[in-house]
Design a protein around this ligand. Structure first.
Ligand SMILES: Cc1cc2nc3c(=O)[nH]c(=O)nc-3n(C[C@H](O)[C@H](O)[C@H](O)COP(=O)(O)OP(=O)(O)OC[C@H]3O[C@@H](n4cnc5c(N)ncnc54)[C@H](O)[C@@H]3O)c2cc1C
Length: 416
């Protein structure tokens, strides 16, 4: 069913009785060409682009809970392409371009809102690093503007500019960055994939891999065995656990990342703002709630809920940046499981096991990557070769030393 003004008017005249479910909730069949494990944004986008761009439609996406129940439905919805390194920037800029055309492509309102992402700087050294990053972005075809304190003050007068400890000296602004409605992205991709014949199978946990002569030829699930010529993993924070079912040990640690939303208030923050002197970032949802977060919890965990010391740290960061939010009440907080890689960059590659492909290591920044991740993983699965903009995301880079360490933190996953 195509969504349009005419269709809306037609349905209204008929009392809204004929709307169809957004996607088909399918039951597993015996055999597929490709199975994608994980019904988050990345898994569903992969299935969508496999069907749309490569004409492969005999696909299942198997999800252990309901689609979007993982990080896709738990993130703070920020999209941007403000990366520095050549291995990353073209990929994230391609993702940004896909975001810009996504709603027309999917015929679905994903509430993509290019309201700008501003990274604040508080010292001369930080300004120099942001100038370098901005130049690298521009060279890769993205947009970037370096603002001084006066320009930031005119955009965000409520910030604490003259805080003796963290004076705000300016910011790096990407105007094309912003936010998108995370659930709608999941639903839009599920709808687009389902419309093209993909089976979206919920409540179906992968519990093992079927192997023949060393090759993966299917998966064992809580709903029975399902055969496939190829299996792609897109299970984010569960990557190491699912890979262990195939006896693989990944260079990934899982950590909890928390997020918070306040009661709704009048328009206060026009775009996304990140504090440069601590880990705190904030935006305002269309409903009026302030959506914010900070650091990951400092130790490995598979629990989808966080701990109080991080809550305190995030709130302290917020208060240092904009003391006015101290009077706003927090409505909800939650946690998601992020797949932190050893260099802070993702992995998209064939594994050493024939027939098994890996999409993982998105750390706390994989929502913005959703369209390009789906696009490039579909390319890899369909053609058995990496897409040009994802060619650096090799699994063996941790052996060969070709790491993509955006933050220069070394193999310290909780700091990336
Ligand atoms: C609090 C928080 C805030 C974030 N904020 C941002 C942000 O602002 N911007 C940004 O770019 N990124 C952000 N991220 C990161 C981003 O959400 C993730 O990197 C991205 O969503 C991961 O890809 P996904 O959507 O496919 O993952 P998920 O939605 O987690 O999908 C993986 C799916 O695999 C399923 N699964 C796991 N094991 C199995 C199994 N055995 N069998 C079948 N299915 C299985 C899970 O149930 C899950 O649904 C944030 C993350 C969190 C937690």
């Amino acid at each position: 069913m195509h969504y349009s003004f005419l269709n809306l008017a037609w349905q209204a005249l008929r009392g809204h009785r004929d709307w169809q479910p957004t996607w088909r909730d399918a039951a597993p069949r015996e055999q597929y060409d490709i199975i994608i494990v994980g019904g988050g944004g990345h898994g569903l986008a992969t299935a969508y682009y496999l069907a749309k761009e490569h004409g492969i439609r005999n696909i299942a996406v198997v999800e252990k809970g309901y689609i979007g129940s993982g990080n896709a439905g738990r993130n703070t919805t920020i999209i941007r392409s403000n990366y520095l390194l050549p291995g990353n920037e073209p990929f994230y800029e391609w993702s940004m371009k896909l975001w810009e055309g996504l709603e027309q492509d999917l015929n679905y309102n994903a509430m993509v809102s290019q309201r700008g992402v501003l990274n604040l700087y508080h010292s001369d050294a930080q300004r120099d690093a942001f100038a370098r990053r901005g130049n690298a972005m521009i060279l890769a075809g993205a947009d970037a503007e370096l603002l001084d304190a006066k320009a930031v003050r005119s955009m965000l007068p409520m910030l604490d500019f003259d805080n003796a400890r963290f004076p705000i000296k300016g910011g790096l602004l990407q105007r094309r960055g912003g936010t998108a409605r995370h659930d709608a992205v999941v639903w839009g991709y599920a709808r687009g994939a389902s419309k093209r014949g993909v089976d979206v199978i919920q409540n179906c946990e992968v519990t093992g891999f079927v192997r023949e002569g060393g090759r993966v030829v299917g998966v064992e699930t809580t709903r029975g065995r399902i055969g496939a010529k190829k299996v792609g993993l897109a299970v984010a924070g569960s990557s190491s656990r699912v890979a262990a079912l195939a006896d693989m040990r990944l260079p990934i640690e899982s950590h909890v990342l928390q997020a918070f939303v306040s009661e709704a208030i009048k328009p206060f923050i026009p775009g996304v703002v990140t504090f440069g002197a601590g880990h705190f970032y904030i935006s305002q949802s269309d409903k009026g709630g302030l959506v914010f977060g900070g650091d990951i919890d400092g130790y490995n965990s598979y629990a989808q809920r966080g701990n109080l010391p991080t809550v305190e740290d995030v709130c302290e960061g917020g208060m240092a940046l904009m003391p006015a939010i101290g009077r706003v009440r927090i409505l909800r907080s939650w946690g998601g499981l992020v797949d932190m890689s050893m260099d802070g960059s993702p992995i998209m590659d064939k594994t050493p096991i024939d027939g098994l492909y890996l999409n993982a290591g998105w750390c706390y920044g994989g929502f913005k990557a959703t369209p390009a991740s789906g696009w490039c993983f579909a390319h890899l699965l369909a053609r058995d070769e990496p897409h040009a903009v994802a060619a650096a995301y090799r699994l063996d880079r941790f052996e060969t030393g070709h790491i993509i360490d955006e933050k220069g933190q070394g193999a310290q996953p909780n700091l990336h």
